[in-house]
Write a protein that binds this ligand. Structure first.
Ligand code: ADP
Ligand code: MG
Length: 461
């Protein structure tokens, strides 16, 4: 019928505009490299901030002692302790506690928020069992994973650029978050030094390196997306400090803000951006991360309903609600293996109030999931390829292993996405190189990573 033909035309047009042939991905990777160079050359030189992390030595595996971490990323925070036993014993003991932040504290005062966090840290520390041993006379040391944009001024200081993810406390902006935390810890009467302030990507890189010496980059694919990697210090023109002994510096790319004319942006992406809370920003993130994939799907389905009466004569009202269709819903539809696509049918019914969908309709929805997820996964692979190319790891060398640590709910749970990313990277690398490049899932590496960075930079070394 005419309706179905119109729907097919819309989907085919969308598919064409989302296409990511290898040639295009190479252009994206090259553009990423160009922006990396520009961001390293000067402050504000690129959409990529290429933030200097002040982490110039990553864990070696021989760290010893009791260390702590605090992971503040969203609505929850985690406190972690880890007893490290050196090369032989590795991680002897590890414990974590997750605490949710009362919503009123996310929009209250700095003082109250940090007081709450510090009191939980104090409670965690004082409830320590005998297995955890701090040598006499030694101060406790903590790594602080803080996943908000921060301009760092040293390994253990940095000013908040802005809050995101539902936090809004004006007075904290421009303040040093380590000093805020330290003051609150002192108010608790706790003797504990904040030894490092790290982004979650940097923590993931450190956590990955502890277990595998060949980890040289980390990527997070979760609600948002970001990457960090190890750069040669003399290849950072904007760095005016002393060259670190290691000759290396970890860079927090803030790659979610990458943008290039080579990115396959459709009219749906442009509108999503315009109507977002941060128009013009985080364009790469809006194509590939978990916060947005389901929303792109909703927008295409809405246009099918409006332009081709895809779900019948009326446009389903729920389909007009922004962000109602989440990426986990999308992935469970995409991964539906039942012969009648009944998961797709029930998701459409439960989430969007669309019942009695035909098999043909369900199949079309799966096809859209595939187009959107593949584009995101392939672009993520192109970004990783860009990093490897910048590091000179895109060519075959004397059997040098290269490991990239990946974490985040999207990568972990969306199997089709993950496989597509891995296959695309393999395709870009070619057979010779691919056998020496490994993508490794670094489960929750960001928290323990911060404790390891604190250990690697301990005042007692
Ligand atoms: P965050 O990025 O907020 O720190 P996570 O790394 O745990 O937290 O990622 C959570 C995100 O991962 C969710 O917002 C969602 O977009 C995505 N996600 C979680 N589960 C799934 C799933 N089953 N399928 C696809 N995406 C998922
Ligand atoms: Mg996270």
């Amino acid at each position: 019928s005419g309706r179905w033909a119109r729907a097919e035309a819309i989907v085919n047009d969308f598919e064409e505009k989302c296409a990511t042939p290898i040639g295009k991905l190479r252009q994206v990777a090259d553009a990423m490299m160009v922006e990396m160079h520009a961001g390293l050359a000067s402050e504000g030189g690129s959409k990529l901030k290429m933030l200097i992390s002040y982490v110039d030595s990553l864990p070696k595996g021989d760290e010893k002692g009791l260390f702590y971490a605090l992971d503040l990323g969203g609505t929850n925070f985690r406190v972690i302790r880890v007893q490290l036993g050196g090369k032989e014993q590795g991680v002897i003991n590890q414990e974590a506690e997750e605490v949710s932040i009362p919503p009123h504290l996310m929009v209250g005062s700095s003082y109250e928020l940090f007081d709450f966090i510090a009191s939980e840290v104090a409670r965690f520390v004082t409830s320590e069992s005998e297995e955890y041993q701090l040598p006499a006379g030694r101060q406790r040391e903590l790594g602080f994973t803080f996943s908000f944009p921060v301009r760092q001024t040293s390994l253990a200081s940095g000013t908040l650029i802005k809050w995101t993810k539902g936090f809004s406390i004006e007075e904290t902006v421009g303040e040093d978050v380590v000093s805020e935390l330290t003051k609150a810890i002192e108010r608790q009467g706790l003797d504990l030094r904040v030894a490092a302030l790290v982004n979650d990507t940097v923590g993931t890189l450190a956590g990955g390196r502890y277990y595998d010496n060949d980890v040289i980059a980390a990527v997070i694919l979760g609600t948002g997306t970001n990457a960090a990697y190890v750069e040669r210090a003399h290849a950072i023109p904007k760095w005016h400090g002393l060259l670190p002994k290691s000759g290396e510096m970890v860079i927090n790319m803030e790659w979610g803000n990458f943008r290039s004319s080579h990115l396959p942006l459709t009219e749906y992406d442009l509108l999503l951006d315009t109507e977002s809370l941060n128009p013009g920003e985080q364009i790469f993130e809006k194509l590939i991360s978990g916060m947005y994939l389901g929303e792109i799907l909703r927008r295409v389905l809405l246009s099918l309903a409006e332009e081709a009466s895809f779900f019948g004569d009326i446009v389903p009202p729920k389909l007009m609600v922004p962000f109602i269709l989440r990426t986990p819903h999308m992935s469970s539809m995409h991964l539906d293996t039942s012969s009648d696509l009944r998961v797709v049918g029930s998701k459409l019914k439960d989430i969007l109030g669309i019942s009695n969908t035909s098999f043909k309709t369900r199949k079309m929805v799966v096809k859209l999931c595939d187009i959107i997820a593949k584009r995101g996964a392939r672009l993520s692979a192109a970004g990783i390829f860009g990093i490897l190319k910048k590091q000179g790891r895109d060519v075959a060398t004397e059997k040098q292993r290269t490991v990239v640590a990946l974490d985040g709910g999207l990568f972990e749970h969306y199997t089709t996405f993950r496989k597509s990313l891995e296959n695309t990277l393999a395709e870009m690398l070619g057979k010779d190189v691919d056998s020496s490049v490994i993508i490794k899932h670094a489960n929750d590496g960001s928290g323990i990573g911060a404790a390891l960075i604190a250990a690697a930079h301990s005042q007692y070394l």
